[in-house]
Design a protein around this ligand. Structure first.
Ligand code: AR6
Length: 174
């Protein structure tokens, strides 16, 4: 049996270039597109992703939906919605954990082997990266303990500083 920790990778880079079965988008609840990683995924993947999002219609905070990957290398995009950070006392931690869990459940149910996450909620939505990284890694770690799929989860961090913050949280895991 592969150790759980070996099924999690942290790298710096652009998630739109990832060659995974699915990449995760940090979307908004209207699935309306926007800036940040959402804008980058729709630009790189082309208009079919937005057409599918329109048909789906929306996604509550903490939930996730799946579309094709359009022109991306990734076969699918899992769109999830993290919480807007409002100080931490409004259930943000649980909602952020749920966003990760919902995405992982979709990947598992589709029998996807590999998936890549950005750092959900830590851009426009203002979640402090240190706290968010702990929640992200803990949630993925706990999920992988009881699920064989996905077999590999990669975090695509967009800056050296985010990568370092995630690496520190990763060391606290096991
Ligand atoms: N690859 C990987 N990470 C990226 C990329 C990329 N190409 N581009 C940005 N990031 P954000 P949120 C990082 O703001 O906080 C949108 O408008 C970015 O540096 O994309 O969940 C949506 O429509 C940051 O570390 O997502 C929503 O309205 C991380 O991705 C809202 O923003 C997340 O930042 C969601 O806000």
């Amino acid at each position: 049996m592969m150790k759980i920790i070996e099924r999690i990778e942290l790298v710096m880079g652009d998630i739109t270039l990832e060659d995974a079965d699915a990449i995760v988008n940090a979307a908004n609840s209207r699935l309306a597109g926007g800036g940040g990683v959402d804008g980058a995924i729709h630009r790189a993947g082309g208009p079919t992703i937005m057409e599918e999002c329109r048909k789906i219609g929306g996604c509550p905070t903490g939930s996730a939906v799946i579309t094709s990957g359009g022109r991306l290398k990734a076969r699918f995009v899992i769109h999830t919605v993290g919480p807007v950070y409002r100080g931490g006392g409004r259930g943000e931690a649980e909602l952020l954990a749920r966003a990760y869990r919902s995405s992982l459940e979709i990947a598992r149910d589709r029998a996807l082997q590999t998936m890549a996450f950005p750092s959900i909620s830590t851009g426009v939505y203002g979640y402090p990266v240190k706290e968010a990284s702990r929640i992200a890694l803990k949630t993925v770690y706990e999920f992988l303990k009881t699920n064989d799929m996905p077999s590999l989860v990669r975090f695509l961090l967009f800056s050296q500083s985010d990568l370092e913050t995630y690496m520190a949280a990763f060391k606290e895991l096991a």
